[in-house]
Design a protein around this ligand. Sequence first.
Ligand code: SAM
Length: 275
Amino acid sequence: MRKLINKLLIKFGLLITKAPAVLADKELTTSDSLPAELTEKVKMTASTSTPDNELFKIFSADTNVHKWHHYFDLYSRHFERFRDRPIRMLEIGVFRGGSLRMWKEYFHPDSTIVGIDVDQSCAAHEIADRNVFVRIGSQADPNFLSEVTGEFGPFDIILDDGSHKTHHQIISFGALFKTALKDGGCYMVEDVHTNYWIKHVDSPETFIELAKQMVDMLHEPYFDRKETQFRHQHSEALSELEVTYLSANLSGITFHDSIVVFDKEQRFLPKSELR
Ligand SMILES: C[S@@+](CC[C@H](N)C(=O)[O-])C[C@H]1O[C@@H](n2cnc3c(N)ncnc32)[C@H](O)[C@@H]1O
């Protein structure tokens, strides 16, 4: 019934979203190029175990934090390398403050953890004497984001767990990646399954669709070029190349269930060598 209402609303232009109508159906398109054994339906079962890592233990010892269980292994995989030194982390979305306390416990004790939220009541979750700060404003307001960056940044880690609206995810990434994230830093957007839920889609392209485009940007240096142009000490070897800022500063994108991770690192001209 809801699908039908969504379809009708889209048909008559009554939904604010300009999302492709397919989102209303939530149907998967699978390419015919894939063998049937990879696209046939199989059972997905419930897990009986809980994550076995330190962060999950910290999560379980506190309250007022809302996270999906399968995120804990992913957090450990992407954040472990930041634990040996004081870092600066920005989390978009404070809610009841539990996640700020969790990050404070997990990272080096001298780390600065900053949360932002539109909800005024979240200010109560600041613990200034432990370097846990909260600022009130919208993740969709680039001026506010730049003020927060000026006060606390640049950050080693930025985690978007805010409104989960697609246009907010897009604005925040656009406003923060270049100026607010350090070289070597990590930008994580979680709960991107909401990009497949019609009430969160309020932009012509979803955040996931933009992230897929960025996979092409990673490979921009190779567009219209041949391998010998990258070959070490070859007469045709390029010495420089003009690419987009993202291509020159994004070392990797990792897609997981509901989480996309962007690793920021200055990239150099790719070099190949035939020995
Ligand atoms: C999913 S909760 C955050 C959960 C928290 N990080 C945790 O792990 O427990 C989302 C939060 O985003 C906030 N929010 C909604 N719209 C926002 C916006 N435009 N800018 C910043 N925060 C927003 C909500 O007030 C809510 O507290």
